[in-house]
Design a protein around this ligand. Structure first.
Ligand SMILES: Cc1cc2nc3c(=O)[nH]c(=O)nc-3n(C[C@H](O)[C@H](O)[C@H](O)COP(=O)(O)OP(=O)(O)OC[C@H]3O[C@@H](n4cnc5c(N)ncnc54)[C@H](O)[C@@H]3O)c2cc1C
Length: 474
C-alpha cells in the first residue's frame, strides 16, 4: 500500500520530493506543542496542479493527508495524528505580486510572515497581522488558523486581510474564492469559511491579501499599576478617550518577575501587579494627539509609572519585556502549557480573578499576559512533565479555565485554534447542533474525511493516546 502510494506520488512530483527519511518524518510529525505522530510519507509539491493530483490520489485511496506550513502551530493542527501523508508546502514560498495602487499582495502560502512585512513596508505599505511567531510562521498557516497578534486590537486578525484564495479540495478540484476587490457579496462567503478552518477543508495554494498604507508615526509607552483592576480601568479609559491603540499589552506580576530574573533588571517598580504596553500609530499629528490622550487616561487611572519610548532604542527596550516573556517563563518550570483564551475586554479583571482562584485551588504557577485591548490573554500553566501529580492538577485547572472563560462570554481560543489539543473542550463552547453542522460542512468539502482527520470534534481518546512526546507548550 505504502509502496504503491510512494510510486504514485513520485509520478506526480518526482521521486526526490517524496520522503520517508526518519528525520523528515519526525519533523513533519510535530509542531510547537512538541507532541506528535509521524506521517508515513512526506511529499513536497511545487505546483497547484501537483497538489490537486496528490489530493485526488489520497481521496481515491482513502489515505489521510495533512497540510504543513511552517509548523509553529500551538494546537497540533499540522500533526498527522492518524498517519498517512504530510503535504509540506515549503516550495510555495514566493511573493507573486505587490499591487500598491490597489493595496493588495498575492502570495504563495509558505511566504514567511515577516518576509511579507518587509517586502510591503519597503513600498510604503503595511500588512498588520503580527503573530509573535512572525519570524518563523507562514501566511498559509496564519490564514488556516486566522492568526492574531498584538496589533489585532486596532487592525483585526488575519481574516480581515484575506480577499481571495486559490485552494484545492480534498477531492482534487481547484477552487478560486473571493476576488481582488474589498467588496464582494456574491454567493456564500467561502473565503471566510476557509480562513480559520485549520487545514480541514481545503489546501490553500495562493492568497490575495489586502494591505493598508504604512502608518507615518508611532508612539510607545509603558504604564504600571498596583492592581489588575486599575490596569483594566486604564484600558477602558483609553478607549473612552476615543483612542484604539495599535497594541495594548498587559503583563502580570508573575510574568514581570520572570522577566526581571531573566534580564537581571526590573521592568517595573516594586509592588507592580500589571504593566500596560501601549503603542499608537497613524499620521504624525493624529498619532501624537492619540498618544497624549492615552497617556492622560493612564495617569488619571492611577499609573504608578509612565515611561515614554519615542526613539527606536527606547522602544526596543520597552518591548524587550514583552519579547523576552516566552524565554523568561522557562525559568519558572520546564514546560509551559499555553492557552490563548479570550473574554470581552471589560471582563479581563474577572478572568484574572478566575486565574487567581485556579492558582490557589490547584497550587500551580500560572503566568498570564497578553492582548488587553481585545481581551485575549495567554494563560501559561508552568509545569514539570515529570511531576505526575502536577500534570493531573494542570489538567483539572485547564478544564476549569475553559469552563470559566465560556461563562464569562469568552472563547477557549482567540488565536491558536483547536487542533487536537483543545478538542476535548470544544463541547464546553459549541452546541451539539453547531458541531453537527460543522461536520456536515466538512463532509461537503471532504466526503471521505481524508484531509487532516481527527481534529476538532473528530479527535478521539485513541488519537490522543497515540501521540508521542511530552504534553507541553513551547
Ligand atoms: C513562539 C510562538 C509564538 C506564537 N505567537 C502567536 C501569536 O501571537 N498569534 C497567533 O495567532 N499565533 C501564534 N503562534 C501560533 C502559530 O505561529 C500560528 O498559529 C501560525 O499561524 C501557524 O502558522 P504555520 O505556518 O506555522 O502553520 P502550521 O503549524 O504549519 O499549521 C497550522 C495549521 O494550518 C494548516 N495549514 C498550514 N498551511 C496550510 C495551507 N497552505 N493550506 C491549508 N491549511 C494549512 C495546518 O494543516 C494546520 O492545521 C505562536 C507560536 C509560537 C511557537
Amino acid at each position: 500500500m505504502l509502496d504503491a502510494l510512494r510510486a504514485t506520488l513520485a509520478g506526480i512530483v518526482g521521486a526526490p520530493w517524496v520522503s520517508s527519511d526518519p528525520v523528515v518524518l519526525d519533523t513533519a510529525g510535530r509542531d510547537a506543542l512538541k507532541r506528535g505522530h509521524r506521517p508515513d510519507l512526506v511529499v513536497t509539491p511545487g505546483t497547484t496542479a501537483e497538489v490537486a493530483a496528490i489530493a485526488r490520489a489520497c481521496h481515491d485511496a482513502r489515505v489521510p493527508m495533512t497540510v504543513r506550513g511552517a509548523g509553529t502551530g500551538y494546537t497540533g493542527g499540522a500533526v498527522p495524528i492518524r498517519g498517512g501523508l504530510v503535504i509540506a508546502m515549503s516550495r510555495f514560498n514566493r511573493i507573486l505580486e505587490v499591487d500598491a495602487a490597489n493595496l493588495l499582495a498575492v502570495v504563495q502560502p509558505n511566504v514567511i510572515t515577516r518576509a511579507l512585512h518587509t517586502a510591503v513596508e519597503a513600498q510604503g505599505l503595511f500588512y498588520p497581522p503580527d503573530p509573535a511567531s512572525l519570524a518563523e510562521c507562514a501566511i498559509g498557516g496564519n490564514v488556516a488558523e486566522c492568526a492574531g497578534g498584538p496589533r489585532a486590537f486596532k487592525y483585526g486578525t488575519t481574516r480581515r486581510y484575506v480577499l481571495a484564495l486559490e485552494a484545492v479540495l480534498p477531492t482534487g478540484e481547484i477552487l478560486r474564492t473571493g476576488s481582488r476587490t474589498v467588496k464582494n457579496v456574491t454567493g456564500y462567503a467561502l473565503t471566510d469559511l476557509l480562513v480559520g478552518s485549520e487545514g480541514t477543508l481545503a489546501i490553500i495554494t495562493e492568497i490575495t491579501l489586502r494591505l493598508v498604507p504604512k502608518p507615518a508615526a508611532r508612539h510607545t509607552f509603558a504604564a504600571t499599576y498596583p492592581t489588575i483592576d486599575a490596569a483594566a480601568r486604564a484600558v477602558g479609559a483609553i478607549v473612552a478617550a476615543g483612542v484604539i491603540p495599535a497594541t495594548l499589552e498587559l503583563i502580570d506580576a508573575a510574568s514581570l518577575d520572570a522577566v526581571a530574573a531573566h534580564l537581571g533588571r526590573s521592568m517595573a517598580p516594586p509592588g507592580t501587579a500589571a504593566l500596560l504596553l501601549a503603542e499608537v500609530d497613524g499620521g504624525e499629528a493624529a498619532a501624537l494627539e492619540e498618544a497624549r490622550l492615552a497617556r492622560e487616561a493612564c495617569a488619571a487611572t492611577g499609573a504608578t509609572s509612565l515611561v515614554e519610548a519615542d526613539t527606536d532604542e527606547a522602544r526596543a527596550a520597552v518591548w524587550e519585556a514583552r519579547r523576552e516573556l516566552s524565554y523568561a517563563l522557562r525559568r519558572l518550570a520546564p514546560r509551559k502549557i499555553n492557552h490563548d483564551v479570550v473574554v470581552p475586554r471589560g471582563r479581563v479583571p474577572e478572568l484574572y480573578g478566575l486565574i487567581d482562584g485556579i492558582r490557589a485551588r490547584h497550587g500551580l504557577v500560572i503566568a498570564a499576559f497578553g492582548h488587553a485591548g481585545d481581551g485575549n490573554i495567554h494563560v501559561n500553566l508552568m509545569v514539570d512533565p515529570a511531576n505526575h501529580d502536577e500534570m493531573r492538577r494542570a489538567s483539572a485547572a485547564e478544564r476549569e479555565l475553559f469552563a470559566g472563560v465560556v461563562a464569562l462570554d469568552g472563547a477557549i481560543s482567540g488565536e491558536h485554534g483547536i487542533g487536537y489539543a483543545k478538542a476535548q473542550y470544544l463541547g464546553l463552547q459549541l452546541s451539539a447542533a453547531e458541531i453537527a453542522l460543522m461536520a456536515r460542512l466538512k463532509h461537503a468539502f471532504d466526503p471521505h474525511g481524508v484531509l487532516n482527520p481527527g481534529k476538532m470534534w473528530e479527535t478521539t481518546p485513541e488519537d490522543l493516546r497515540g501521540l508521542s512526546g511530552e504534553r507541553a507548550g513551547d
